[in-house]
Design a protein around this ligand. Structure first.
Ligand code: AMP
Length: 162
């Protein structure tokens, strides 16, 4: 998940709470990282994080929930790849592979993005190892630790071992 418009920390916390409320049981959260924009570079740095969850939803229904949350949090994006309130992408869904117009899993760009791989490595080092990606040389700095994020998530009843 990423955000670079508005109160990005609060938006990411709200997004995690909403995922839990919409049938995705959140098992792990990464810290929150400050990351440089990739592609369209004339914009502010992003805050990014990754979460791991369990769900009975199928991948298409999960994508719908993610998009509902993006709308609920007032996603605004005028330029493709440009500034946005919230972006929620599905990176992996177990071992499932999907190639549809609206949904591609594993996420096709994940291997090119340090802002994805660094939080992913934090929450799922064994999956990261298996994928055999090397992290591109892009600026990614930890801003809020998993413990910081967990403290903020207590407001919606979530707690994690970091
Ligand atoms: P973006 O907002 O730039 O991340 O792109 C959103 C579009 O990507 C949506 O319309 C989705 O249908 C599509 N999409 C394809 N695969 C995925 C994925 N794994 N996770 C999230 N969106 C996806």
């Amino acid at each position: 998940m990423g955000s670079n418009v508005g109160d990005s920390l609060e938006t990411l916390v709200q997004a995690v709470c909403l995922l839990e409320r919409k049938g995705i049981h959140i098992c792990k959260v990464s810290g929150i990282y400050v990351t440089e924009p990739i592609g369209y570079v004339e914009q502010d740095d992003f805050l990014n994080m990754a979460v791991q969850g369990e769900t009975a939803l199928d991948p298409q229904a999960l994508l719908e929930r993610c998009q509902e949350i993006e709308s609920a949090l007032g996603r605004v994006r005028k330029i493709h790849g440009g500034p946005r309130t919230i972006d929620i992408d599905i990176l992996l869904f177990g071992q499932t592979r999907i190639r549809e117009d609206r949904l591609v899993i594993p996420h096709p760009k994940m291997g090119e993005r340090a802002f994805v791989l660094v939080p992913l490595r934090e929450i799922a080092p064994e999956i990261f190892e298996r994928l055999q990606f090397s992290i591109p040389p892009q600026r990614v700095g930890l801003k809020y630790s998993c413990a910081d994020v967990t403290m903020r998530l207590q407001s919606c009843g979530l707690s994690f071992l970091c």
